[in-house]
Design a protein around this ligand. Structure first.
Ligand code: PLP
Length: 486
């Protein structure tokens, strides 16, 4: 199949460029995110913006309606548009937890399973969910890609490509790395059953039972479960809610302890949403290179950035093949297809062999469907819509939290993804809150499931991955009332 057709929708139409008002809205959103336009400050008047940016009045209006919808600005009658004050003013950034600097056995699985269990009930308000709403994904279009992918499937090629993965899909993924300015040797790439398999195989490949692994604190709970299953010990490195993992603590831990692997998210960390900037990513790479410790980089949220420039992972600096970069389509395109990948550097061969010994291959039709969609389906257009929807929903949830949660509540405001992390007053026990909320038909992810040592008792993660409805608003009010009972 041709290599460069991925902007085509299959009917021969090129993907339309982003509309002018969307581009302008993104520029203003970026200024707000960076604090250049502060909360409460007036955004440029329609006339000013029109003159300055060379766009029509109606384009500026359309952009401001969009930003209003995303919860970033508010209109004041006869005075213009202002950066929304409420969320920022009331909800300060969470504090960073102090470092413990010891290693710990991990035992969180039971707790995690009980939280995941709470998500099974379809009538529950899914604030605890790990996936965005299926409504936000182009599932009908994907089904068409599945049909076409199957029609064009060559059974001999299927058998030949089974372990490395569908050849078209691999080309499309390599192309996406290349377009980001990160050329990737195709032999490094292994298709997996979601990022989960990539992460499992990556960790298994570079550790043995009893080894120490540096992880984030708080960390994605599945990473803790994987450590538990592989009998690895966790060294918890604190994460700043905006700037990401604390590199001073990491440097100290790497110097003092025989750490065999690091497992970090450099972008939109789950659960905090923190991202390292490029300087810090470079510094992180320099550290692991100096200590010759592989980095398992979980980049499951790579495509969910709100800013206009796609961030690049630590992998961009990897000149020695030390970074095992794990990606997925689960959060950005097709949750149920279970297709992810790993760009595994020097470990690609070993990971391929481990995969051959365990699952052999993700489902071939699912891979063919995604390959076809990436070529013809308009993935980038879908991603822009998805990001806008998520940003709008974030604004709604922050505004609701500012209104309904106690004044001392602190919250993150990530530049992407679909999670907010809340630090509640110390008296609140988020595990008890989890049970109370469940009785009221609301799920949430309590802080202790994100910690090897069951910390973060007064914290919780809420998902804004579902379209905001009056029911979501009411659920936030109920959560606020439940929090007040502590
Ligand atoms: C941070 C993070 N990494 C990896 C995964 C697993 O992704 P996948 O569904 O592709 O296996 C998830 C899913 O919840 C996640 O949140």
């Amino acid at each position: 199949m041709p290599y460069f057709h991925h902007f085509d929708d299959g009917a021969g139409n090129r993907e339309p460029p982003m509309k002018r008002y969307e581009t302008f809205a993104d520029q203003i959103a970026e200024l707000i995110r960076e604090g250049v336009l502060a909360p409460g400050e007036r955004v440029p008047s329609v006339r000013q913006a029109s003159r300055q940016y060379g766009i029509s009045h109606s384009t500026v209006f359309q952009a401001y309606y969009l930003l209003e919808d995303r919860g970033l600005i508010v209109a004041r009658s006869r005075s213009g548009y202002y950066v929304r004050e409420q969320a920022r003013r009331v909800l300060h950034e969470p504090r960073m937890t102090p470092s413990r600097q010891e290693s710990a056995d991990v035992a969180v699985s039971e707790l995690v399973f009980s939280v995941l269990d709470s998500l099974q009930d379809p009538d529950t308000v899914p604030f605890g969910s790990a996936f965005p709403s299926p409504e936000l994904f182009p599932l009908a279009r994907l089904a068409r890609s599945m049909a076409r992918g199957l029609r064009e499937m060559n059974d001999n090629e299927v058998l030949r490509d089974m372990t490395a993965g569908d050849a078209d899909l691999r080309r499309q993924i390599v192309l996406r790395y290349t377009l980001k300015g990160m050329p990737l040797p195709p032999e490094e790439l292994v298709i997996t059953s979601g990022a989960m398999e990539a992460l499992n195989l990556g960790l298994q490949c570079v550790t043995e039972p009893g080894d120490l692994v540096a992880i984030e604190s708080p960390a994605f709970y599945a990473s803790l479960q994987i450590l538990e299953r592989l009998k690895l010990r966790a060294v918890e490195i604190p994460v700043h809610p905006r700037e990401g993992v604390d590199l001073d603590v990491l440097a100290d831990s790497l110097a003092r302890l025989p750490i065999k692997a690091c497992w970090f998210m450099s972008h939109l960390q789950n659960p905090l949403g923190a991202s390292l900037d490029d300087d810090r990513k470079r510094a992180l790479y320099a550290l692991i290179k100096r200590h010759r410790v592989p980095l398992i980089e979980d980049d499951a949220y790579a495509e969910l950035h709100f800013g206009t420039t796609p961030p690049k992972p630590v992998k961009q600096f990897d000149d020695e093949g030390l970074v095992i970069h794990c990606g997925s389509f689960s959060k950005s395109l097709a949750p149920g297809y279970r297709v992810g990948w790993v760009a595994a550097g020097r470990f690609a061969e070993a990971i391929s062999r481990l995969k051959l010994m365990t699952t052999i291959s993700p489902s071939v039709p699912a891979q063919a469907a995604i390959a076809d969609y990436l070529q013809y389906g308009g993935y980038d257009r879908h991603l822009r819509r998805l990001r806008h929807a998520l940003e709008t929903q974030q604004g709604r949830m922050l505004t609701a939290a500012a209104q309904h949660f106690p004044a001392e509540t602190r919250a993150t405001r990530p530049a992407g993804g679909y999670f907010l992390w809340f630090e509640l007053p110390e008296r609140v026990d988020s595990l008890r809150l989890f049970h109370l909320a469940r009785e009221h038909g609301i799920s949430l992810a309590p802080g202790p499931i994100f910690s090897a040592t069951q910390g973060f008792r007064h914290c919780l993660r809420l998902s804004y991955g579902h379209p905001w409805t009056p029911r979501s608003e009411a659920a936030m009010a109920t959560l606020g009332e439940l929090i007040d009972t502590f």
